[in-house]
Design a protein. Structure first.
Length: 373
């Protein structure tokens, strides 16, 4: 049975796919259990994939618990995103060695073997595409990002449930991925099988090595029902027309209310799969013969982030939170043609005080006289 983009098949479970990828020399990065959370790390065999787990998420809350024993992907997104691989938190850009009359500058080697992101959810594909528009938008390309992205195969997993923090349906970024993957898997719990969608020629070349069956009507119906269940179970949503709404609300009293709760800790920006702010630092040794330039993640929630000569522009938590929310949900559209939020809910679950971006956005939709602020 031969695959091509758009074709669909059925397999018993993802084991053979993981093994085929490893046998073919791919580095497979996927979900693993570490410190009671699902993180993304290297997979050395199908047995590394966490099974039988489900995540409970709420504002400031993330817990894993036992779910259906045989399930493979009942949990959704955890604290990490694929950003940590495509846009590393700390990365050497170049080093320089002193010579007799100057410096030799050596760009840092960017060693990126052919890599599979295994288990990418629809909102995460959308987040990667948001970062593509930042790091590889034609006019301004980050060569390392472009190289890593081009050498990365995406195996998506279609969500069959949502966490209480998910709101991708209202952002039109999920829970079903229609594109942006090489292969997509839908777990069909009642059938003890997976529906496989082929998304590209690269995906087809892998799938051609597997034993697959033609899907029956029941498989297709079960896959549709799984995606519908994930969408229907989302209780949070983003308010309508938020980009225009926020433009008019820069002086709304609710900014003070959220600033009173916000710790300016930057967690929300670090877990966010689209936030891309960075700093650059030069590190010199004591001899003066060697220097290195490093890029590190930064956050608009730190005082230093807006430091210009003489002090920080955004000194208050109110001004930092307003910068984050208005950029993420409003001015991002002007810069990149889309929202900077994909509705993954990470900033809700990993905010230590449980600040909820959907609730904050909704508060700005209310008239200050009626909001009680
Ligand atoms: S702003 Fe929050 S919900 Fe939106 S993409 Fe970032 S972490 Fe996810
Ligand atoms: S909104 Fe929450 S996670 Fe973000 S800076 Fe404030 S306290 Fe930290």
């Amino acid at each position: 049975m031969s695959a091509d983009a758009g074709s669909r098949f059925v397999i018993d479970d993802p084991s053979a796919l993981v093994s085929a990828l490893l046998d073919d020399g791919w580095r497979v990065l996927g979900p693993r259990l570490r410190d009671d959370a699902i993180v993304y790390d290297e997979i050395t065999g199908p047995g590394d994939l966490p099974r039988g787990l489900i995540d409970d998420q709420e504002g400031g809350h993330y817990r894993l618990r036992a779910g259906r024993e045989a399930s493979w992907f009942d949990y959704v997104v955890g604290p990490q995103s694929w950003k940590k691989w495509l846009f590393p938190a700390r990365q050497k850009l170049w080093s320089a060695e002193k010579t007799g009359d100057g410096f030799d500058i050596n760009p840092a080697a960017d060693d990126w073997p052919k890599t599979v992101f295994f288990g990418v959810r629809a909102c995460e594909i959308a987040a990667i595409e948001v970062q593509d528009r930042v790091f590889d938008n034609g006019d301004f390309a980050d060569p390392g990002y472009r190289q890593r992205r081009a050498a990365t195969l995406i195996v998506a997993v279609q969500c069959a449930r949502s966490a209480a923090t998910c709101f991708c349906a209202s952002m039109n970024t999920g829970p079903h991925a229609d594109s942006g993957f090489d292969i997509a898997l839908t777990e069909l719990a009642d059938e003890a099988a997976f529906l496989v969608e082929c998304g590209s020629a690269r995906g087809a070349a892998i799938l051609d090595r597997l034993e697959m069956r033609v899907p029956e009507e029941g498989h297709l119906r079960a896959a549709e029902a799984a995606s519908k269940n994930a969408a229907d179970s989302q209780t949070r949503r983003m308010v309508d027309d938020i980009p225009n709404l926020l433009r008019e609300k820069l002086d709304h009293p609710h900014w003070e209310v959220v600033a009173d709760a916000c710790l300016s800790c930057a967690n929300c920006t670090l877990v966010c799969p689209t936030c891309f702010c960075s700093d650059v630092e030069d590190v010199n040794d004591l001899t003066g013969d060697h220097t290195e330039r490093w890029r590190t993640w930064d956050s608009c929630f730190t005082a230093d982030f807006s430091y210009v000569h003489g002090g920080s522009v955004r000194r208050s938590t109110k001004s930092r939170y307003r910068q984050w929310l208005t950029h993420k949900l409003s001015t991002w559209h002007d810069q990149f043609g889309s929202s900077g939020c994909v509705g993954c809910g990470r900033c809700i679950a990993w905010c230590p005080v449980g600040i909820d971006i959907t609730a904050e956005a909704a508060a700005f939709a209310t008239d200050p006289e009626q909001s009680g602020d």
